[in-house]
Write a protein that binds this ligand. Sequence first.
Ligand SMILES: CC(C)(COP(=O)(O)OP(=O)(O)OC[C@H]1O[C@@H](n2cnc3c(N)ncnc32)[C@H](O)[C@@H]1OP(=O)(O)O)[C@@H](O)C(=O)NCCC(=O)NCCS
Length: 155
Amino acid sequence: MYEGDDHPLAAHTAVLTTDADTQTPSSGAVLAVGSLLPEGPPPSLALDSGTTTWWRIRGMATAEGMRGRGLGGTVLGELLARAEEQGGGAVWCNARVPAVPFYRRAGFRPVGGVFEVPLIGAHQAMWRAVAAGWDTDHPVPVSEDPPHSQGAVHA
Ligand SMILES: CC(C)(COP(=O)(O)OP(=O)(O)OC[C@H]1O[C@@H](n2cnc3c(N)ncnc32)[C@H](O)[C@@H]1OP(=O)(O)O)[C@@H](O)C(=O)NCCC(=O)NCCS
């Protein structure tokens, strides 16, 4: 459970196994999960490009033995679609360093340096525009572009 998990705009997506006969979710069979929360990036990333909405991806995980089959990508795609439905903007995450290629393939770009999270390991902040048509290659640092925070959604 993360702070903001119960925000009305938060979304939690899971891939579940289904019972072959009833096509309903089987108990206890979560294969992949991820969450989307309305939360701006930390000021240290200097990542306000004038978007009105920032989202954060958290808690992405696919069960061991089920990785590399597209489940994480499916969850991430659902969460990005949800962010787009809710007005778009930009999305960021703190990726574990081994997961950086996963997020890169989904269009995320690293920002800032690698940092250590105690007991979990090295992390890299990453971000992308929710939808195409927004300049992901040229984020404007806060220092050069005063934040346009009207209407912003921050948890
Ligand atoms: C990161 C994680 C969620 C990815 O889930 P997954 O179900 O394995 O991902 P997918 O199978 O959907 O992969 C999607 C794409 O990313 C690529 N990818 C996934 N993990 C990768 C890795 N470690 N290195 C390179 N590419 C990777 C896949 O090849 C795939 O690319 P493709 O569509 O071109 O074939 C999963 O590996 C995991 O749970 N890792 C441990 C926990 C973790 O690190 N969570 C992230 C915390 S930020």
